[in-house]
Design a protein around this ligand. Structure first.
Ligand code: PGA
Length: 279
């Protein structure tokens, strides 16, 4: 069981399988107790069990740091073994500098973490994380052999949103080579669509693909990335069982990043059920 968990070979396999959809559960600072976290995982595990040999779904759980060790154990001991990976919500910008309160890349690796969310809008806009810090974290994640899930998204959908996205992409990926960029996942997450923001409503696939095209054009234009090497893109922002299929049915989206709905076990399993039916 341990063999299939935490090996870069396995992740590469998933990356190369374009049909496989990735669902990332960003638990943020929830749930309140380990018992509740276990309930979500047990419920999800029972659902995966019911799918039998189905392997077209890849799950990444990003719990708060306090639950990580326990979640890692659960992911190694159950039906999760083939389809679930451990992700972190953040990483210290430097491995060696003393940084009170931070968790370093080598610590994450030792816990069995494979993915790390970089530049989430709550960190950028609520906690004041600058593009420069996001860029450092991205480089540190790559140096530690983690797969970065790089969040990109405009704050408002106004006339300048294209320029905003272009600027954010340039600053976030600054100094990285094409080989490093192609190893990332990009989560397009318009800030105004994140469920906890006032007046939030999900984006639509057509409108979010306009932004995805801008992201791809910047990567092609500035890093000369070939189309086949472009990072896979996920959508995030108020994903629920009502709209998941709209995004998952589009070949441009390799999956979804789910926040609020990922700590509601019934709703999360509904999203997985929808994913399992995508052709
Ligand atoms: P949401 O969160 O699904 O609750 O909108 C997504 C995110 O913040 O990553």
């Amino acid at each position: 069981m341990l063999g299939s968990f935490g090996t870069s070979l396995n992740i590469e396999g998933i990356k190369n399988n374009m049909a496989k959809k990735t669902i990332i559960a960003n638990w943020k600072n929830h749930p309140e107790s380990l018992a509740q976290a276990q309930e979500i995982l047990d419920f999800t595990n029972d659902y995966l069990d019911s799918l039998g040999d189905f392997r077209e779904l890849s799950l990444v759980f990003c719990p708060p740091f306090v639950f990580m060790e326990e979640v890692a154990k659960i992911l190694q001991m159950s039906h999760f073994e083939h389809e679930a990976f451990l992700g972190a919500q953040d990483i210290a910008a430097e491995d060696k500098t003393a940084l009170t309160g931070e968790i370093s890349g080598p610590m994450l690796k030792r816990l069995g973490v494979d993915y790390v969310i970089i530049g989430h809008s709550e960190r950028r806009w609520k906690l004041g994380e600058s593009d420069e810090v996001v860029n450092h974290k991205l480089k540190t994640a790559i140096e530690n052999g983690l797969t970065p899930v790089v969040c990109i998204g405009e704050k408002v959908r106004d006339g300048g949103f294209g320029k905003f996205i272009e600027d954010q992409v340039l600053k976030t990926f600054k100094g990285l080579g094409p080989d490093q960029i192609k190893r990332c996942l990009i989560a397009y997450e318009p800030v105004w669509a994140i469920s906890t923001n006032p007046g939030a409503k999900p984006d639509t696939p057509d409108s979010s693909l306009e932004s995805v095209n801008i992201i791809r054009d910047v990567l092609i234009g500035n890093w000369k990335l070939e189309i086949r090497n472009l990072p896979r893109v996920l959508y995030g922002g108020s994903v629920s069982s009502k709209n998941a299929a709209d995004f998952l049915n589009r070949k441009e989206f390799s999956g979804v990043l789910v926040g609020g709905a990922s700590v509601n076990k019934e709703e999360f399993v509904k999203i997985l059920e929808i994913t399992s039916k995508i052709k």
